[in-house]
Write a protein that binds this ligand. Structure first.
Ligand SMILES: NC(=O)c1ccc[n+]([C@@H]2O[C@H](COP(=O)([O-])OP(=O)(O)OC[C@H]3O[C@@H](n4cnc5c(N)ncnc54)[C@H](OP(=O)(O)O)[C@@H]3O)[C@@H](O)[C@H]2O)c1
Length: 255
């Protein structure tokens, strides 16, 4: 089994570690380093807390999971040689990672929080990896969900849909539940119904091989109540609202 290391153990690293543990990676095969949280995770989850340099040495793949503006400081005194480095640092390019680490075995990734339940979608861009490192990264990333090679120029768009997307789906679920309450359902019940409906619909769509547009038409019979609702969404400019919010997200990430 490959050994995985994390330098930085905040929200994203913890989501990834949870996902790996849920897939049966043994805690002692995961090494972590950070000023304070790493020791707590070692106690709580049984992973190994080490210094950052020890993490690199103990791991087949080292994840950089601190804040992007810490890259130069954190890597300044670390020796990576040609270690496989996987970065989750938003906005930090493959070239910048090579410069900072000195490794030529580098993967820039953009995971989303759903990696914690092995349902993440992760964009990645790499240097030319050895065959062995390709296999190590493939095993690592597929344990966390789906990994997709994406040109670096498209990372900002990917981030708006996949990174911020979970928050937007939660917003839709909240709106759906609120509308249920406005129409007489109890709060908890409305939330359960809305959540399960979104979960089941996404699974149905993924299994169907059809487009989301076709699936809408499948559910909405002509002249029926669902069609009336879909027509109302269109009249209210639902697609334009979503497109506007995504644009705001992409432009913010570029700011
Ligand atoms: N959260 C997301 O949904 C998300 C999505 C995509 C990408 N990302 C990227 O993931 C990275 C981490 O984000 P986050 O949300 O997990 O941040 P976070 O919760 O603030 O965690 C930052 C981590 O960096 C650690 N750290 C601080 N100084 C360090 C040092 N000198 N050496 C090693 N570790 C150090 C902190 O350690 P202590 O806890 O011990 O202080 C903390 O564990 C960012 O680069 C972000 O762009 C996050």
């Amino acid at each position: 089994m490959a050994k995985y290391g994390f330098i930085g153990t905040g929200n994203m690293a913890q989501a990834m570690i949870k996902g790996l543990l849920a897939q049966g990676v043994v805690p002692s095969d995961i090494a972590v380093a950070s000023p304070t949280t790493a020791a707590k995770l070692a106690q709580a989850w049984g992973v190994q807390a080490l210094s950052a340099q020890q993490v690199i040495q103990a791991s087949d793949l080292t994840v950089l999971a601190f804040l992007p503006n810490q890259l130069a400081d954190v890597t300044a005194n670390l020796v990576f040689e040609d270690q496989l480095v996987v970065s989750v640092l938003a906005g930090v390019s493959v070239d910048q990672l090579v410069t900072a680490t000195g490794s030529h075995q580098v993967v820039r990734t953009l995971p989303n929080v759903n990696v914690a339940i092995n349902q993440g979608v992760t964009a990645f861009a790499t240097t030319t990896l050895t065959v062995a490192n390709q296999a190590i990264f493939h095993d690592f990333s597929t344990q966390l969900g789906t990994a997709i090679a994406v040109p670096e120029a498209q990372f900002a768009a990917f981030s708006a849909i996949a990174g911020s997307g979970p928050a937007y789906v939660f917003k839709f679920i909240a709106a759906l539940a609120k509308a249920g309450v406005a129409n007489g359902l109890a709060d908890d019940l409305a939330t359960t119904i809305a959540t399960q409906t979104v979960l089941g619909s996404a699974q149905m769509l993924a299994a169907s091989g059809q487009s989301a547009q076709v699936m809408q038409d499948t559910v909405a019979s002509p002249g029926g109540s669902t069609r009336a609702g879909l027509d109302d969404f269109d009249q209210q400019g639902f697609d334009a609202v979503v497109a506007h919010a995504i644009r705001a997200t992409v432009e913010h990430k570029h700011a």
